[in-house]
Structure formats: structure tokens, C-alpha cells
Ligand binder design. Structure first.
Ligand code: HDE
Length: 717
């Protein structure tokens, strides 16, 4: 039967019954602007507010947004239909090129407030008084995947902050790892080509576990320190709210006397650090590809604003010259035990974007955006970035006027003699589009002039170790130490974290098909730590290869607690999500009490039931937040259940319920249980330990991960 035969459908539109005038039985075509067409509302009242009228992009009111203009009701569409053509034209160009790196990102607005003035160190206006504040926009991202890739691959996270200060925009475009893979900008295209999907086959997406990445790494021993971080749990964070941020490069602070010190910038999350396990990250990728974007959006939406403290490590040339590494080398960090991180401000993200494209997608971060009082160092990676980001915006946003897009425009006045260009939205008046000019003498506006005293002036570098008289393609001698800090990082981890690093390297190298690449990586690892290399070789099932030749022998650096996640995790339910499994017949009083206790402890409870419509309890129906099959336990930080004996028996036959506890157990999470749940725990092979507790004790214990459980649930390398 054709649609027409089925019920008198509009000959003009085979879309659905929706196009019928409700109740009339008449085709909507005849009546689509008539009374009673509630699905396709039109406005006939001329007093409606301006925003109520649908118009085209030039302000012409549109009378019909359902039907294109045709020559006859069954005829071809007319070229004359400017409404259709404009709509489709705009749609056709809705996508812009995605970022070549950091394509997948999530952004939010917030505020930065100075909590400790440092005028002796910098003349930057934002740091002159305690309490001074400015708006910020932050974009978190993964690096390797495309814009539509998942949130939880093993990857570095971008942490880019735009401060809209009263002396112009300052962009601190950092990562959640304080070091980088390479020392010189000229290697960046090679690094990124190697990690992105392989050129011929177009896969893998958002994954470093493949031949070309590890081939590059094995031949670039300077990447070894970053590899330790990237294979650690830092690269599989629990959420954006639980990551640290780092400016990575050494920058300068300059005060009003023209004195300068070096500085490293740090963001410390007030929720502490937290990560997932690899198995969790993989499963989350399937169950909720937007896991971290959703987490950020929802926490801000419910008023649970994430915040970070801004810290600085400040040091001078003399101190720098005595270190066993070069502070201009972005593969090195400065241990916090050597130079304390002094907290000078707090950033709070308190507003979601109104429009993802207009803000998060179009935001353009530029490391070259700095303000008087902050300056660059000669770090050769940073120097390359100062060119790259400005350049990339032309191909991404299509015009040199990208600074006029609201998310990119400074919130302080800006005026100069730059003119025209594609998509110019400013309408400057007068003739003064050059300088110098003397138009003021003719009574005309002669335009702005430079300000020597308060304008940005570059610090005259007093690096005595540099000889600017020679043009060289060379790195300084200290850059050749590729292993000391990789070793320091590895040895600063808890035993469990070291095992995670080894598992990650074994996992990744097992996906590498070129045997010589696997061997080369392990050869390099022997310079980091012999035990580490041996365990990786064991995990791969290969002979320990010969140690590669280090350009410079590593020096021993003391372990640093600041480098471990587990040593910096907070025992709290704040910022954590708790899955609560309930079913028909659960006890309402117990559920109410549990939910209240979780909320009081700062956590977010999430009721999971077989049907999202809710469960039938003695005291009435309770709405669920999620359906069991769509709310697996790896989406939560801890789980607990309140079940009646009958419900528990029924769920013991439901694999999603058994898997719920099995996953929570194997991911070392706290499991709270009521007596009836035991039957499910048995089926899920959950064995009693300090993290498996009666529901009454859940609030106390739910704040922790139980890493000591891991050797019992996984065969670790
Ligand atoms: Fe980037 N990087 N990068 N990068 N980077 C970009 O800029 C580049 C580097 C970082 O949320 C691109 O606007 C070069 C280090 C973040 O919009 C591009 C080099 C660090 C973001 C670019 C580096 C970063 C980017 C892509 C070596 C940590 C996302 C689109 C010299 C300190 C910003 C864009 C956002 C984005 C180039 C190295 C962080 C292509 C050439 C080191 C967080 O211009």
C-alpha cells in the first residue's frame, strides 16, 4: 500500500502524518498555515516581539518553513526559492576544518580571581591586588582523535585557558602533563603524523597503540619522559575536573622595574586528582562516548562548579644554571620539592556555553597572547608555537578577522590601523588607516598611538649562556639528557601506579606489529629503569634486548610525591557519582536515607533500575535516573544497592546486574550492599575485602578506590 492509499497523505510531502491538520483528516498541504496546525505553528499576530518572527539572514520574515517553492504541487523546485537556497547554503558550510590536533574538546566560561598579589614579581594587572578578577574561557581536549571521537582514549588532555584581562587577552595554552614529547617545534608535524591514524588505512582513531607512533617514539629518546606520563593513569583521567594543568614551558614574569624571573604555571584541581583504570576507559568509550563532556556540563549545570588553583614556580637564571637539566627544555619539569608551587589565584568554571559551535569550536587560543608582565622564554618548542597558532586560525576560521568572533574578542577596548579582510564586522570611521599621520592637525581623528610606558615591551634577555652571534641548528648540551627525569617520574609512583604504566606499555606495544619497534622501545626503557624494562619484556613475551646507547648518562634525581596521582587523590565523595541499584520492592526509607547521606557528603547519587520509569516501592513509585542496561557501573565512582530478596533473585538472572557488580569489583571501587544483594555478589565473584561493605558503612568507605584489590582481580605484568 502506498502512503497516499494509507490515509490521504499530502502529495507534496511524504514526511508523515504530522503534516496532516490534526483531526481534520485533510492533507496538511491544503491547510498548513491554517488554524489548528499546532505542530507547524505560525504567527499571525503583528504585536509579537521581534525575536518571535522566523526570518532569513537578511531580516525577511518567512511565511512557510515546511515546504519549498515548487512549480505546481507535484512539480520541480524553483531556483527562485531564496528561502530554501539560503538555508541549504548555510547548512552546507556548517562545518569548519577541525583542529589538526586537540579536535575533540569541551569548553566552559568562568572567572579567575587573584588570591595573592605578586607585584614584586610581575606588573601584570591581574596580579596586582588580591581579589582582582577577570572572566575566563577554558577548553579541555584530547589530542589525537577527531572532533567526533570518544572522550576516554589513552591520551594527553589539553588545558587551554583564555583570560580576558583589562590589559588584553592572555592565553595559557597548556596540557594536563607538565612535559612534552619533543624539544624543538620542527619535530611537531612528525610527532603528530605518527600518532594520528595511519596515512594509508585511516585507522586507528584516537589511539597511540599502533606502529607509526611507537616507531617515532623509539627513534626519539627525548620522548621517554613524556611516554612515562602518557602511559600512566594521567592519560586516562576520571574527568576534566580531576586533572592538573601545566603551562609546560618556562615563561618569564617581569615587574615594573624591568626585573624578570623565570616561571612555570600550574593548575591544581580543588577536587584532587583521580583517574580511571584502562578497562574502565575502554568500556566507558562504548557506553558513553561523551563521558567527560557530559561530566563537565552536568556539574556546572547543577551548580557544582569545578575549580583550580593557579600556582607558580618562580626561579632565576642563577638557580636555573645549576640544575642538571635545561629549563628551556620542554621535556623536563622542575620538581615541586626543589621549587615550591606558590598559589596565587583560583579559577572557577561557572557557566556552560550557550552554543557549542560559536564558543567551544570557534575559540582560538594563541600562546602569543600575553600581557605586559608576562613574557616568553627561549624554549624552542614555545618559540615555534608562537607562530603556529596564529597561522592555523586562518585555515580553521577562514579569515584574519577571527579575533572579532565574540569568544575571541578581548573584553577591553582594542583599536589599530589593521583594516578590511574577509568577514570584517567593524566599521571604522574616518581616513586614518595608516600611521604616522598628522590628520589631527586638520581636525580629523588621527587614530591610536603606541604607549611606551604601559605597552608590551619584550624583556631584554640576559641569558649569559647564549651566544646570539652564531646562527646554528643545534640544541644546548644539557638537552641531551633524555632519561633522568623519566626515571624520576617512574620511581615517584606507587607500586600500583608503576604496574599500570607497565600494563599500558605492554598493551600498546602488543598492538604494534613491527617486532623491531617493540624491541627498540624496550632497549630505551632499560635506560629509564631496568626492572621496568624487564617487566615490559616479560609482558610482551620477548627477550630483553640490549640497552640502547644513551647520549648522556642519566643522573639520579630524588623521587617526587607530587608526580603521583594516588598520593594526591582526596578521600571524598565530593565531585563523585554513586550508582544506586534499586528494584521493585526496595525499601523506600533506606533509599531516601542513602540518597540524602550521599548528597550531604557532596556526592551525586544516580538511581539505576530495570526500567527508567521507576520502581514500585512500598511507599509509592520512585523515578529512576537510568536504566540498568544503559547505566553500567563503570560510569560511577562507587556503587551500592538496596534490593528486596525477590528482586535480588530476579536480578541474579540478569547479566547486566551481575556485570554491574563484577565491573565495580574489578575496577577496585567500593561496593555497598544490603543483605539481599549477596546472591548477586556471589554470582559476580565479588570476594569480601575492605571495599565491600554493608550499605550503612558506604558513606565512609565510598570515598576510596581499593587498589590493593587489583592483584586479586587481574593478572598484572
Ligand atoms: Fe599545540 N596546537 N602545538 N601544543 N595545542 C594546537 O592550534 C602546535 C603544544 C595545545 O583548545 C593547534 O588552534 C605546535 C604543546 C592545546 O583550541 C595548532 C606545537 C602544548 C591545544 C598547534 C604544539 C600544546 C593546541 C591546533 C609544537 C602544551 C588546543 C588548533 C611547537 C603546552 C587549544 C589550534 C584549543 C592546539 C600547534 C605543541 C597544547 C596546530 C606547532 C607543547 C591545549 O596550531
Amino acid at each position: 500500500m502506498t502512503e497516499r492509499e494509507q490515509g490521504g497523505m499530502s502529495p507534496s510531502n511524504s514526511n508523515s502524518l504530522r503534516d496532516q491538520a490534526p483531526g481534520s483528516g485533510q492533507p496538511a498541504f491544503e491547510d498548513n498555515r491554517g488554524e489548528g496546525d499546532e505542530l507547524h505553528q505560525t504567527i499571525e499576530n503583528n504585536d509579537a516581539g521581534d525575536g518571535a518572527y522566523l526570518t532569513d539572514n537578511f531580516g525577511h520574515r518567512i511565511s512557510d518553513n515546511q515546504n519549498s517553492l515548487k512549480a505546481g504541487s507535484r512539480g520541480p523546485t524553483l531556483l527562485e526559492d531564496f528561502v530554501l537556497r539560503e538555508k541549504i547554503f548555510h547548512f552546507d558550510h556548517e562545518r569548519i576544518p577541525e583542529r589538526i590536533v586537540h579536535a575533540r574538546g569541551s569548553g566552559a566560561h568562568g572567572v579567575f580571581e587573584c588570591t595573592k598579589a605578586i607585584p614584586h614579581l610581575t606588573k601584570a594587572s591581574i596580579f596586582q591586588e588580591e581579589g582582582k578578577s577577570c572572566p575566563v574561557f577554558v577548553r579541555f581536549s584530547t589530542v589525537a582523535g577527531g572532533a567526533g571521537s570518544v572522550d576516554t582514549p589513552r591520551d594527553v588532555r589539553g588545558f587551554a585557558v583564555k583570560f580576558y584581562t583589562d590589559s588584553g587577552n592572555w592565553d595559557l595554552v597548556g596540557n594536563n602533563i607538565p612535559v612534552f614529547f619533543i624539544q624543538d617545534a620542527i619535530k611537531f608535524p612528525d610527532l603528530i603524523h605518527s600518532v594520528k591514524m595511519e596515512a594509508d588505512r585511516g585507522y586507528p582513531q584516537a589511539a597511540s597503540a599502533h606502529d607509526t607512533f611507537w616507531d617515532f617514539v623509539s627513534l626519539m629518546p627525548e620522548s621517554m619522559h613524556m611516554i612515562m606520563w602518557a602511559m600512566s593513569d594521567r592519560a586516562i583521567p576520571r574527568s576534566f575536573r580531576h586533572i592538573e594543568g601545566f603551562g609546560v614551558h618556562t615563561f618569564r614574569l617581569v615587574n615594573d622595574k624591568g626585573e624578570s624571573k623565570f616561571v612555570k604555571f600550574h593548575w591544581k584541581p580543588t577536587l584532587g586528582l583521580a583517574s580511571t583504570t584502562w578497562d574502565e576507559a575502554v568500556k566507558i568509550a562504548g557506553a558513553d562516548p561523551d563521558f567527560q563532556r557530559r561530566d563537565l556540563f552536568e556539574s556546572i549545570d547543577q551548580g557544582d562548579f569545578p575549580s583550580w588553583d593557579l600556582g607558580v614556580q618562580v626561579f632565576d637564571e642563577e638557580w636555573a644554571s645549576k640544575q642538571p637539566y635545561d629549563v628551556l627544555d620542554a621535556t623536563k619539569l622542575i620538581p615541586e620539592e626543589d621549587i615550591r608551587v606558590e598559589i596565587i589565584g583560583r579559577m572557577t568554571l561557572n557557566r556552560n556555553v550557550d552554543n557549542f559551535f560559536a564558543e567551544t569550536e570557534q575559540v582560538a587560543f594563541l600562546p602569543s597572547n600575553i600581557i605586559p608582565g608576562v613574557d616568553f622564554s627561549n624554549d624552542p618548542l614555545l618559540q615555534g608555537r608562537l607562530f603556529s597558532y596564529l597561522d592555523t586560525q586562518k585555515s580553521r576560521l577562514g579569515t584574519t578577522n577571527f579575533h572579532q568572533i565574540p569568544i575571541n574578542a578581548p573584553k577591553c577596548p582594542f583599536h589599530n590601523f589593521q583594516r578590511d579582510g574577509m568577514m570584517q564586522t567593524l566599521v571604522p570611521k574616518g581616513r586614518a588607516n595608516y600611521e604616522p599621520n598628522s590628520l589631527e592637525q586638520a581636525g580629523e581623528d588621527s587614530g591610536p598611538r603606541p604607549t611606551r610606558s604601559t605597552g608590551f615591551s619584550t624583556f631584554e634577555t640576559n641569558d649569559e649562556r647564549n651566544d646570539p652571534a652564531h646562527k646554528l641548528r643545534q640544541r644546548d648540551a644539557l638537552f641531551a639528557d633524555h632519561y633522568s627525569q623519566a626515571r624520576m617520574f617512574y620511581r615517584s609512583q606507587t607500586e600500583n601506579e608503576q604496574t599500570h604504566i607497565i600494563s599500558a606499555i605492554v598493551f600498546e606495544l602488543s598492538k604494534v606489529q613491527l617486532a623491531h619497534v617493540r624491541r627498540n622501545v624496550v632497549s630505551n626503557l632499560r635506560n629509564v629503569d631496568e626492572e621496568l624494562a624487564r617487566r615490559v619484556a616479560d609482558g610482551l613475551g620477548i627477550e630483553l634486548p640490549e640497552k640502547s646507547m644513551a647520549q648522556k648518562q642519566p643522573v639520579e634525581m630524588p623521587a617526587s610525591d607530587a608526580l603521583s596521582i594516588q598520593k594526591n587523590a582526596l578521600e571524598t565523595l565530593k565531585g563523585r557519582k554513586v550508582g544506586v541499584l534499586v528494584d521493585d520492592g526496595s525499601n523506600k526509607t533506606s533509599i531516601d536515607k542513602l540518597l540524602k547521606d550521599i548528597k550531604n557528603a557532596g556526592g551525586t547519587p544516580f538511581l539505576v533500575a530495570r526500567k527508567v520509569g521507576g520502581v514500585q516501592l512500598e511507599g509509592g513509585v520512585v523515578q529512576a535516573d537510568g536504566q540498568l542496561a544503559g547505566s553500567p557501573s563503570f560510569l560511577f565512582d562507587a556503587v551500592t544497592s538496596i534490593l528486596s530478596p525477590d528482586a535480588a533473585k530476579r536480578l541474579a538472572k540478569e547479566s547486566a546486574a551481575i556485570q554491574w557488580f563484577m565491573d565495580a569489583y574489578s575496577h577496585c571501587k567500593t561496593i555497598g550492599y544490603c543483605p539481599a544483594t549477596k546472591i548477586l555478589l556471589d554470582k559476580a565473584n565479588v570476594e569480601p575485602d575492605a571495599g565491600v561493605v554493608p550499605v550503612d558503612e558506604f558513606i565512609k568507605v565510598g570515598t576510596k578506590r581499593h587498589w590493593d584489590r587489583e592483584p586479586h582481580v587481574r593478572d598484572l605484568p
